[in-house]
Each structure stands twice: as C-alpha cells, then as structure tokens.
Design a protein around this ligand. Structure first.
Ligand SMILES: [Zn+2]
Ligand SMILES: [Zn+2]
Length: 304
C-alpha cells in the first residue's frame, strides 16, 4: 500500500529555472493530501497526472505567498469542474479570511462544502485523526507564524495465520482477541502462544514536512525517528548569515537536524533563486547526513 510524496514545487519565493513554489501531494493508501499550494500548483498537478478532485485535505504552512497563492485558483477550479465532495482545509485563521473575502467579492457560492480547521501556530497539536492516520502540526520558527505537518499511520493489529486457526480449531469469535495479542488456550488447557498464531503487520510509516524555518533544535522532538523528513534548505552554508536574517536554513543545518533527530531519510527543498545547479546543496548535506535527496519536481519519494 502506497505512502509516497510527489513534489510539485521546490523553489523558494519566486518561480525560476522551471522550478515552482512549494507544493507536495502525499498519497497515503490512495488518499490524497496536498501540502502547501504555491502559484502554479494546478498546472503542476495536470503535468504530473494528479487528479485534483481526489484531494480531500489541504494543509497550508503559512501565509507567505510562495506557499498559498495557488490555493484560490485551485478552490475555484474544483468548484467550476463540479466538485461535490467536501474539502478539508487546515491553516491559520487568516487564511480563511482571505478565501472568504475573495469568494464574497466574486459572488461565488461553492458547490462543495469547504471545511476549515484553524491551526494554532504556537503549539504542536493533533489536527486530524481517523482509524488509519494521525496528523500533527509542528511549531516552526519563521518570520511569520508557520507550522509543519507530521503524518503518521496508526499501528495495525497483528495478522492471523489462517492455517494455524484451522490446525488448532480456533473458533471465529476468538480471532479479534488473538489479533490483539492474546494467547489461545485449547479445550485440553494447552496454551498456544500468540507468536505462533500471528505475524506482525507492517510497521506504521511517518512523514514530516518542515516548511520555512530557521534552524531550530526544538523541532527535533516532533520529528524524531520519522521515516522521511522534508526540511527546507534555502541556502548553502556559506550563506549562513543570510539564512539567519531571513529565518531560513542551510543545507548543512537541515542535515544536522536530520542526524540529531535520527530520521531515516531527508529530502531538502525550497531552493533559493541563486542556485541554478543544486548539486552543491546536496553534496553539502550528504557530508553530514548521507541519505539525503533533493526535492525534484515530478519525482515521487516513497516513505518506507
Ligand atoms: Zn517560502
Ligand atoms: Zn516563508
């Protein structure tokens, strides 16, 4: 079952060198989540064959234009194409103020239900939970309020070995208890251990998206040991002063954070317009954290 990220935008601030501002689509078992929605996101979805009407949830990190200026266009196109299924939107309260203003001034009444969930920027919170998944906000440290998002699958119960159920004549009404870890006692009082009757299901997978932020070790606790971390890496380390002044991170710092948080894999993105060639950023990060990749548009990154 898929758990993968498609990068639609990897540029900071402005579109340049065919790079677009930030947007990513997360496919978790054929459920589609959009994270940030920079200008051009609709066109990028068409280019990379992402079906926009299948997106059920949108998460916006902050209100710098390179992270949300594509959102009004997307909401509008969903409406014009006849969407009826509800759309959940997560972001700071002011995001909804902007959307409501635009809808009101264009006299648009959406055909679908747009359900807004305000996200507080100063405290990590559980913002979405269902039977399969948890999403938490991550407090970031940027020039304006900004949050990241942590997506984590829920642990599944152990899988029954059906041949063992037959071998020991285990009645159907015991199955759930055995899935949840109990041993089985047969009519003669013999105990059959759970490990013999079941196998572990796949471990839950996790992905953390850290949008714009200065290097801040208080993020480490929130992203510790995730399978894949996306962290912005706007500059190379020779631009550290500029990174600090603009509340951004260097690729070396992103790698240090990934190492300290003991994540499995790091994706760096949000590249400054000053870099046409991105390989120096990648090389720099890999000196500290070898399992680093560049966020390249159109590529899919499996979380495993
Ligand atoms: Zn940005
Ligand atoms: Zn920003």
């Amino acid at each position: 079952m898929k758990f993968e990220v498609t990068v639609l935008g990897s540029s900071s601030a402005t579109p340049i060198y065919t790079r677009h501002p930030t947007a990513q689509v997360l496919n978790i078992r054929e459920r589609f989540f959009l994270i940030d929605c920079g200008e051009g996101t609709q066109l990028q979805m068409m280019r990379y064959k992402i079906k926009m009407q299948r997106i059920s949830h949108i998460f916006i990190s902050h209100l710098h234009g390179d992270h949300y200026l594509g959102l009004m266009g997307l909401i509008s196109t969903m409406h014009l194409q006849g969407r009826t299924s509800e759309l959940h939107l997560y972001g700071q309260q002011e995001l909804m103020d902007i959307i409501e203003l635009q809808l009101r001034l264009s006299n648009t009444i959406l055909r679908y239900n747009l359900i807004f969930h305000p996200v507080r920027h100063y405290v990590s919170t559980l913002i979405l939970e269902d039977e399969d998944l948890q999403v938490k906000s991550i407090v970031l440290n940027h020039r304006i309020p900004c949050t990241g998002f942590l997506f984590r699958e829920k642990a599944k119960p152990r899988k029954l070995l059906m041949n063992k159920m037959q071998q020991y004549n285990i009645p159907f009404n015991f199955f759930n208890r055995i899935k949840n870890g109990e041993n089985y006692e047969d009519d003669n009082g013999n105990i059959i251990m759970n490990e013999e009757l079941t196998m572990p299901s796949l471990p839950p997978r996790s992905y953390a998206f850290c949008s714009d932020t200065i290097y801040d070790e208080s993020i480490i606790n929130d992203v510790r040991a995730v399978d894949m971390l996306y962290h912005e890496s706007t500059f190379s380390h020779d631009m550290l002063d500029r990174a600090r002044a603009t509340f951004h991170t260097t690729s070396l710092q992103a790698a240090e954070l990934a190492k300290k948080a003991e994540v499995k894999k790091l994706i760096i993105g949000h590249f400054s317009a000053r870099y046409k060639n991105l390989s120096p950023l990648l090389m720099e990060a890999r000196t500290v954290f070898p399992n680093t990749e560049l966020a390249l548009e159109g590529l899919k990154y499996a979380v495993e």
